[in-house]
Design a protein around this ligand. Structure first.
Ligand code: NAP
Length: 275
């Protein structure tokens, strides 16, 4: 794709973070963006801001775990806007928990949103892409989908599953002119880390992060090129390369790093308690 001009781009998880930034970047590039998430008020405001800036945007309130609703909404998009050219499966949640104490309902929720939600959206958009003999499916994974980290095992597993699903889908859909891209960002500074499921003793874990806008630019670039996979940023690439080079050494470093982060947080919480 030389430009996104005139293309219909559906972005899930567009009410904040990477999804919002990606939707804004696609709109600046000339696409009509369909903003999908549950927070309707936020979607309406973001769509209005995009339109005020000269772009085209449509809010679409939907829970990606509701398969029936996803199919209805995708049909509505294809019928009213004429096609679905790009689907960015970005909606996702994290879970920070040691395996030992993991809540079964929270574990299921991770897979319902990150894995099954992505499949429902893909299945709902695919028939329109196959009919028009073109399309781009862009699945937002993580470096944690290339290399697991401690205390986010369920999240990592959901992203590894996403990778396998994407690799399989790519082979199935190539004959229809559909490309499948996997985007793997490192840690990004978004509200992802503020949700109750991602807080450690009520606190946000601190670590170096990149911006959602940086990731959004990579998503647009990869979509245009129809890339197979993109690991975002030097840090992300180095992390994945390090795993390939010496997984045992990286295990050792990540264990040490995690303990240091956890101890820092515990100390801080203790100091605050005394205060
Ligand atoms: N932040 C990071 O460090 C990081 C790093 C690597 C990869 N990622 C991946 O990037 C993607 C976006 O993350 P983010 O950092 O932008 O997170 P975020 O700021 O928390 O945004 C998550 C988005 O997903 C939507 N969402 C959650 N559950 C949903 C559901 N059931 N149905 C529809 N939409 C739902 C949320 O909207 P509503 O609540 O309005 O529904 C929100 O728009 C995720 O797949 C995440 O795994 C994030």
């Amino acid at each position: 794709m030389d430009s996104m001009s005139g293309k219909i781009v559906v972005v899930t998880g567009a009410s904040t973070g990477i999804g919002q930034a990606a939707a804004e970047a696609f709109a600046r590039d000339g696409a009509t963006v369909v903003l999908a998430a549950r927070s309707e008020g936020r979607l309406v405001r973001i769509a209005a801001d995009i339109e005020n800036a000269g772009g085209r945007a449509v809010p679409m309130a939907v829970d990606v775990t509701d398969r029936t609703a996803v199919f209805e909404k995708m049909k509505e998009v294809a019928e009213t806007l004429g096609s679905i050219d790009v689907l960015v499966n970005n909606a996702g949640i994290g879970l920070l928990s040691p395996v030992e104490g993991m809540d079964p309902e929270e574990l299921k929720r991770i897979f319902e949103v990150n894995f099954f939600g992505l499949i429902w959206c893909t299945q709902a958009a695919l028939p329109y892409m196959i009919r028009q003999k073109r399309g781009r499916i862009v699945n937002i994974s993580s470096v944690a989908g290339k290399r697991a980290l401690p205390h986010i095992s369920a999240y990592c597993a959901s992203k590894f599953a996403l990778q396998a699903f994407s690799d399989s889908l790519r082979m199935e859909t190539a004959e229809h002119g559909i490309t499948v891209t996997v985007v793997c960002p490192p840690r990004v500074d978004t509200t992802f880390h503020d949700t109750p499921l991602m807080r450690q003793k009520g606190q946000r874990m601190s670590a170096p992060s990149i911006s959602a806008e940086y990731v959004a630019a990579e998503i647009v670039r990869a979509t245009r090129k129809g890339s197979r996979e993109v690991v975002v940023s030097f840090y992300g690439k180095f992390f994945v390369f390090f795993h390939w080079l010496s997984p045992r050494l990286l295990d050792f470093i990540m264990k040490r790093l995690w303990m240091r982060l956890a101890m820092k947080k515990t100390k801080k919480a203790g100091t605050e308690d005394q205060g």
